[in-house]
Structure formats: structure tokens, C-alpha cells
Design a protein around this ligand. Structure first.
Ligand code: SF4
Length: 296
């Protein structure tokens, strides 16, 4: 979900999870240090950097004055978790001292960013108030992860997610339907369900691929190398992924505007009724979101 600047110092287009829409959006870094995922055009115009401390100071001053009604703060941009500890320690202690009404601090993280932190670092971040990580898995299929240049294997994605959980973080995990094209749709769904079950996060957010001409994957589609699924194919893939996902106490959400079918399921108890809803959609008994209504 992207937006433009409003009040705080936001440089370029900024992206945040839909659930952070009304929260303090603190842009501590610019861009994404990885910036290679082929489906992602979010930060192509930005070079990764940690913003100057003087800008952080100004933003904290602004938040002290004008953000007293907001109890949640999201640290941007793309993989801010990768910031070295000295920056996180400064930022989290200032948030705690100067914005004491903030109850939740969250950020985007990827497997590489977690791997660069020791277990002690992760515990320290958690103790200092960072509590929720939005963690992109995208797919659990090894070849799909290679194809999209995610920079991590399924094993590494699970390993680093479990380290976050062990340190006490809540995890909101993103997966992307359609990413494997029609050819590997089935394997992508099954393997992603397997990885989600191994991670067992509090939240799963399933998005459906929407192609941007700026994203490198566009070239694979244009050349015919990757054939994207269409409407009901996405629902089929969602059903298979859902059927292969076991969560002990978590939400499986496909309520993003990119999806053809909205699913909001708390697992394990909503399993059967959700599978029935997906089957009904495949039979044409539940209407799908119209193509023109889909959005990122
Ligand atoms: S890690 Fe996230 S922000 Fe960075 S390129 Fe991949 S999807 Fe985009």
C-alpha cells in the first residue's frame, strides 16, 4: 500500500501494510537494502540509506506535538529491521521516552535482516519495544524463491522466522498468489502452506500478484516465459494453499484488495467453513471481486 508525504518527513513513495494506515509512519530508512525481488517495484527509484539523525529528531518532535492520539508506530521503509543495533537502540529508546503513549512499534523485515541480528540483539529489540515484524515469505517453493530473487531458501525463511518468534515477536507473514505462474501453481500453493505451517505465525496475509511494468518479473510475462493465472485460478491456488496450512492460533487473511476472493479465517476453528466458502467460489456460488476493483 503506497502513499505520499503528510506531516512527517517522508521521502518518495512510501509503503506500509494496510493495517498500519492510521498509525505513526516513521521513515527511518530509505528504500530496501535487498531491492532485488522481481515482483517488487516499490523502491526501484530509491537507494537504501539510513536517514540522518537530524531528520529523525525533527520527526520525533513532530510526533510529540501532533501524534498524541496514535498509539501505534510503524518504522519504514522496505526492510528497516536491517538497521544496525545502535540505530535501533537510539530510535526505540527515544520512542519510549518521548512518545510514551505508543503501545506498539512494528517494521518490515526479511530473512537477511534477521540473520544479521544475534539472538541477544533480537531479545534486546523486543525488550526495547519493537513487537511486530511484517515478514515477507512470498513462496515456500525453492525454485520460485530463486526465480523471484528473494535471496532466501524455504529453510532459511523458516529458520529466521522461528528466531523472531523465539525472541517474542509477533509475526505477520506475506505470501503471494500467482507468483509461480500456471505451471508451478500447485507446487507453490502446497510448499507455501508447508512453510506457513512450520512458521505458525499470528497472521498470514495472502496477496494476489498484480503486474507492474516497472517490476522485473514483467519481462518474463511479456516474453511468455511466465504465464500468469487468471481469476478462478487464483482462487484454486488460494484453496490449495489454505488446505495445506495449519496454524495453532492464527489468522489466515486474504482480504487485500488484490485478491479475487476475500477470506478471513481464524485457524484452526474456521478451517472447514473457509474450505467450503472457497469451494463455493470455485463453483460460482460466491461472487469474485471484479478485475477493475482489484488494487495494490
Ligand atoms: S525485500 Fe521487500 S521491499 Fe525489498 S525488494 Fe523484496 S519485496 Fe521489495
Amino acid at each position: 500500500m503506497f502513499f505520499e508525504s503528510e506531516g512527517l518527513d517522508h521521502q518518495g513513495f512510501c509503503f506500509r501494510p494496510p493495517s498500519e494506515a492510521y498509525n505513526i509512519l516513521f521513515q527511518a530508512t530509505l528504500g530496501c537494502s535487498h531491492n532485488k525481488c522481481t515482483f517488487c517495484s516499490a523502491f526501484k527509484e530509491k537507494r537504501f540509506a539510513i536517514k540522518d539523525r537530524s531528520i529523525w529528531e525533527k520527526d520525533l518532535e513532530f510526533a510529540e506535538k501532533y501524534c498524541r492520539g496514535q498509539t501505534r508506530l510503524f518504522v519504514m521503509d522496505g526492510d528497516a529491521l536491517i538497521m544496525p543495533m545502535r540505530h535501533w537502540e537510539w530510535l526505540l529508546s527515544n520512542i519510549s521516552n518521548r512518545l510514551p503513549w505508543v503501545e506498539r512499534v512494528s517494521t518490515y523485515g526479511n530473512a537477511k535482516g534477521v540473520a544479521l541480528k544475534s539472538d541477544e540483539d533480537l531479545r534486546r529489540l523486543r525488550e526495547m519495544g519493537l513487537s511486530l515484524i511484517y515478514y515477507g515469505i512470498e513462496s515456500g517453493h525453492p525454485q520460485v524463491l530463486k526465480d523471484i530473487k528473494k535471496g532466501a531458501t524455504p529453510e532459511k525463511l523458516v529458520e529466521q522466522a522461528l528466531r523472531l518468534k523465539k525472541a517474542g515477536f509477533a509475526l505477520s507473514v506475506t505470501v503471494i498468489l500467482g507468483l509461480a505462474g500456471t505451471e508451478k501453481s500447485r507446487e507453490h500453493a502446497v510448499e507455501t502452506g508447508r512453510v506457513l505451517s512450520a512458521v505458525d505465525p499470528e497472521y498470514v496475509g495472502a496477496l494476489s500478484l498484480m503486474l507492474s511494468e516497472d517490476a522485473p518479473i514483467y519481462e518474463r510475462v511479456r516474453s511468455g516465459e511466465l504465464v500468469l493465472p487468471e481469476g478462478l485460478d487464483f482462487v484454486q491456488e488460494l484453496g490449495l494453499m489454505f488446505a495445506n496450512t495449519t496454524l495453532s492460533d492464527g489468522w489466515f487473511m486474504a482480504n487485500h484488495a488484490s485478491n479475487y476472493l476475500t477470506v478471513k479465517a481464524h485457524l484452526p476453528e474456521d478451517r472447514e467453513k473457509t474450505l467450503q466458502r472457497i469451494a463455493a467460489a470455485l463453483d460460482g456460488r460466491v461472487s469474485l471481486r471484479k478485475e477493475w476493483m482489484r488494487a495494490l
